[in-house]
Design a binder for this molecule. Structure first.
Ligand SMILES: [Zn+2]
Length: 430
């Protein structure tokens, strides 16, 4: 008994020692600070949610030149920030005016943001602000406070080992949802503004870009309030603060305000805007179960912009609904080729192959989709059907169980999964 307690105390103590030794620097004051979540774990956590962020924003913008441009501007700023992290910059298909970051390095801008910006220094201001949140560890501090270090490390250990996640999947799912809608406090916004101005200036940009974006967002106002304002509150005091911060900088020295490249890229995005408008109409028609018009709009959308992976994905969903699996496979495969981090087309593709009874191929695709977003219930249900079909009953049971654990009860397959689970358990004598 005593030994056990002692062991437990020792164990806790050693864990505490390991994690409490992580040292980093406060980007504002330059002072040493100690963190609970070690940077490499913070990085892994952020990485884990990149596919979720991409999926919730309808995939990465498919034009490589546009993606490369966003990365180029991003890295120019990332080079001058204090925290050395594996930064990555993404542009996603969503038309909402928004930008956001994940802990440890990933930064996202929406297609919709680029549509309302007027010059490169404004983009630099927004990217600088998001890098400010990452550098001030705002996400990491939220996670430490909300979950505690033990559960975070546990999730990572299990997720990275690719083991059966069990009940931890619920935590993985909850943390993901929270990270993607993280509301910053006023203090954190002020801190990110100070850093955003500092970083963009240090990178050679006119730091007034951030202020300009505030005016753009304010003007957009209601009823089309940019999504960015929901997670990054923008009271007038923030505008005043940034003006005050700017007064400390030499704005007469040569600074980058704009580039021809910005406008070339923005024009490219503008040209594909009608394609996304047709997609929006298609989704609305689909929600009203008007598949015929949904398909018509999607055909138009894809004709304008043949690599629109968001539209290809929705068309693949509709073809699958219509049991036209070959056509669905063609669209989904193309979407996967364009963006292999986009979960949804992989799920559809796995479903299509299940339906045409190519179980092995379906398993291969769905197991990969599972790695991208481990908390999506349908993947497990489809995998259950696949494994059951090839008589791998233990794996089928495991997948049905997880599917039922994760479902919100409204997926439509719950009764079937329960029935199959019971039958297989009886068969195996569980
Ligand atoms: Zn912010």
């Amino acid at each position: 008994m005593f030994n056990k307690i002692k062991f437990k105390v020792l164990f806790l103590f050693s864990v505490f020692l390991i994690v409490s030794c992580t040292k980093t620097y406060d980007p504002l004051t330059g002072k040493k600070v100690y963190t609970l979540l070690p940077p490499e774990k913070e990085i892994q956590l952020g990485e884990m949610y990149v596919p979720l962020a991409i999926n919730q924003n309808n995939g990465q913008y498919p034009d490589k030149e546009v993606r490369d441009y966003i990365s180029k501007v991003g890295f120019r700023i990332a080079k001058v920030v204090p925290r050395r992290l594996p930064y990555r910059f993404f542009i996603v298909n969503s038309g909402e005016v928004n930008a956001f970051a994940l802990p440890g390095g990933p930064v996202f801008v929406n297609r919709g943001l680029l549509l309302v910006l007027n010059n490169e220094s404004e983009l630099a201001g927004v990217l600088g602000h998001e890098l400010g949140h990452i550098n001030a560890r705002h996400h990491a501090r939220f996670l430490e406070k909300q979950y505690g270090i033990a559960i975070l490390l546990n999730i990572l250990n299990i997720a990275l080992a690719g083991k059966d996640y069990g009940t931890l999947l619920m935590d993985i799912s909850k943390i993901g949802a929270q990270l993607l809608t993280l509301h910053y406090s006023r203090e954190q916004e002020t801190e990110a503004d100070i850093l955003g101005v500092r970083f963009s200036y240090k990178a050679g940009y006119d730091p007034r870009g951030l202020l300009e974006t505030f005016y753009i967002f304010k003007k957009l106002g209601k009823p089309n309030a940019p999504e960015w304002l929901l997670t990054h509150p923008l009271p007038d005091t923030r505008i005043k603060n940034v003006k005050k911060i700017l007064s400390k900088y030499d704005l007469n020295k040569p600074l980058i305000k704009d580039s021809p490249e910005f406008h070339r890229i923005k024009n490219k995005i503008l040209k594909t805007k009608p394609s996304y408008e047709f997609l929006k109409k298609a989704v609305k028609a689909y929600d009203q179960k008007d598949l015929k018009n949904a398909l018509r709009y999607l055909n138009q959308s894809i004709q304008i912009f043949p690599i629109n992976n968001a539209s290809l994905t929705v068309r693949a969903i509709i073809y699958a609904d219509l049991k036209e699996y070959r056509k669905s496979i063609k669209d989904a495969e193309k979407a996967v080729q364009i963006d292999d981090l986009y979960f949804m087309p992989q799920l559809i593709l796995g479903y299509d192959y299940l339906k045409i009874k190519n179980f092995i191929k379906s398993i291969k695709i769905l197991e990969n989709a599972k790695k991208l977003i481990p908390s999506f219930p349908d993947t497990y249900y489809f995998l259950g059907l696949d494994y059951e079909a090839i008589r791998e009953y233990k794996k089928a049971i495991q997948n049905y169980r997880t599917a039922l654990q994760l479902t919100d009860g409204k997926r439509g397959w719950e009764q079937d999964a329960e029935r199959r689970l019971l039958t297989l358990q009886r068969l195996l004598g569980y």
